[in-house]
Ligand binder design. Sequence first.
Ligand SMILES: [Zn+2]
Length: 870
Amino acid sequence: MRNIRLTLLAAAVSMAVNVEAAEDTLQNQALLMMQETAAEAETEASSEDGEEEKEKTMAEKLEEKTAFPGLFDVYRDSEDGSGLVVVTDDMLNKPFLYMAHTVNGALDAGHFKGGYRDGKLIEFRKYFDRIDVVALNPRYYFDPENAISKAADANISEAVLLSTKIDMNEDGKYAISLSDLVLNENIHKVSPWPNPAADKNSKSYKLGKFQDSKSRILEINNFPANTDMIVEYVFEDSNPKNFGNNELADPRYVSVQLQHSFVELPENNFKPRRDDPRVGYFLQQFDDMTSDRTANYRDVINRWHLEKKDPSAKVSDPVKPITWWIENTTPVEWRDTIRDATLAWNTAFEKAGISNAIEVKIQPDDADWTADDIRYNVLRWTSSPRPPFGGYGPSIANPYTGEIIAADIMLEYTFMKGRWIQANFLSDGYSESELGHFEQEDLHCSLGHAMNGNLLFAQATAMANGMGDIEKDKMLKQTMYYLILHEVGHTLGLNHNMRATQLHSNDVVHDESVTKGILAGSVMDYPSVNYAPPGKTQGDFYTDKPGPYDDWVIEYGYSVGLADAEEEEKRLEAILSRSTDPALAFGNDADDMRAPGRHIDPRVNIFDMSGDAVEYAKDRFALIRDTWGKMTEKALNPGDSYNDLVVGVNAVFTELSRQANVTSRYIGGVYVDRAMVGQDGASKPFTPTPAVTQKTAMSSLRDNLFAPDAFDGMQPLYDLMQKQRRSFNNFGKNEDPRIHEMVLKAQQAVLSHIMHKNTVERIVDTELYGNEYPLEVVFADLTDAIFEDDSKGSVNSFRQNLQVAYVNRLLNMSGLEAKSAYPTFAQAVATYELEQIEDALNTSRGDKATKIHRNFLQRRINSAFHKSKS
Ligand SMILES: [Zn+2]
């Protein structure tokens, strides 16, 4: 035993010595080479040690290591794992695209599998005996004809990301340390940027310190056009205050596997195409510093390099199609749907003059390549515990030209299952407006979340209403189909179009003979599931082919351009001038009204459907009322727990809340038109929502969200809403459903919008240019909606909560108790409404609880008036 230990120790020591010697040799390479040039040293070496000890060439030294040939050749020592990256002379001072994406990572650390995090242009530059990696800033354009271009570098900063000593060099090849390049946060910040709000909150999870001794380079994947290195970053916090989520094996350590990719920029005859506010492409932004226009944008759209094989033909196959591979991990039963949905985009390209633009292949089970090879565009398949996005469709584009170089789509199977993704239910006090309005960066797509909510709602409703298996299969298939269409759309360069679901009128949207698989102008929206209301036959649940907007933007982005710049501009403008066609309406995440008080055009929203979303929502409320009563009967099976019922009730209630939010946005809304001056069919840029629509929205909210009987249908469900117990997971939480809180949160979400400072200010502003639903009428109607129906009798507990919440908001708006941020007229309106309410409270009708409630409200209002007078 003792001997074995000693032998092992000896082996370890000798290995350590060898490693040290090797490192020493490498580090002193430059010095040794200098010594070699000295004649004495040379003589000494040859006379004392003979031919064998002659200094090895760089090539010979590298030969002893494991080689990873590719864009940047990488060599790794098989004993100590140390590595060298070779940069050649022709790679210096030349831009490369650098990308970082998370291969695997805990959400608590701000990383999710497959998430692209960073993309920038970098250059390797030689500075004496060092190689610098510099981040470029290509954003600013200077017309070379203009004298100002001589001052192009003024105040525009490059960033030296790292500088490392050249380890060896020979024949225009420079070897630098692999760890210096990627085993740190120099090129990419892996840990989250400081977030003062979250950092102050002692409850939120915090990532520990980067541990370079525990971090390591896991993989080197080298290909002709890209060199990828996967690094495992370990962060440590020995005393974490928050233990994070279940994905962390030990809350003290978080590891993130991040891939660094160095990508060669293509050299070809690709011509950038300008962006335009009327179409929704992802883009590369450039500011023209020598232009005198106020909008000095030279932005170019992201698009693939598709050329016609036969340029003279009206429609031609491409020289090189966009090839998608279905990853071999994809369940066989889903492959046809995924292929068909991807190929469905070909109809749009055909209208733009390119046939068979997209082809789909299946990755063979014995394929010798992986999705990491940038030459392959892969539809990938994963299943994570807590997926943040449902199908993430990023594309990698050349930052100079917008040419899309590669794309992958990550499909989260979880979203296709009847599993509730959110950790909390509305009946637990969870609020969609708190967690559900996923703030988005450009490239993020939360469609999976949206579709999961839709699917659960539709499944619960289908169960209650006894929908047949054929219809249910159609629903599931159309859900997946839509998800693929949408995510492939992103990889073609398209961003969201949250206005697209306005295409059909509410009268025909359920009629399959009219919709024919196209429910919206675009597949790039987050639609409501088009479930038929009572009395209507079920039509399409979702769109299953690109819509008119999609065809149009593909024509703009992909139709072959003309050589002459002026002619080309005329051609593009002719396409763009069709933007006033209602079928081509567009508005993206930057315009949508999902969050209270945000943005102005109610037609640009998520979860809405049809050109009359207020009427559509009314039908949905009717469906929900009809569904509640049937749920106890259909969702409960002898021998099962009540879990399915809880999930169903929460999904249906979430849908009710979503439709109430959609409806509320029409009050004080403004319709936006982005047509250019003088464009045919254009309306003015801003048109207030017609008063009749605003009033319909108000009365629908009154009937379906505020009315005393709005939630009567749920009555039989309250004492059945029990989640299935799991070990001690309920510890510290009360498991009874928080029904009042659930209802009040949905009502508060709507009040948050209607009474938002932005909305109130806009109602007053728009009265200057056509709004016929003035502020004093909006608030009179709102007060009626909340107080009138039970003014002559008892006030039930839901209404009591609602009335108190409304009065509190009026007090806040009025400035009676504390300084108000609202415009003075809004303060006056709030004060007037409080007086009306105070008067109406003077009644002796109702039960004892009602008297107590009214007494409370009266005292609340009185004391505020009293305070303001003193
Ligand atoms: Zn999306």
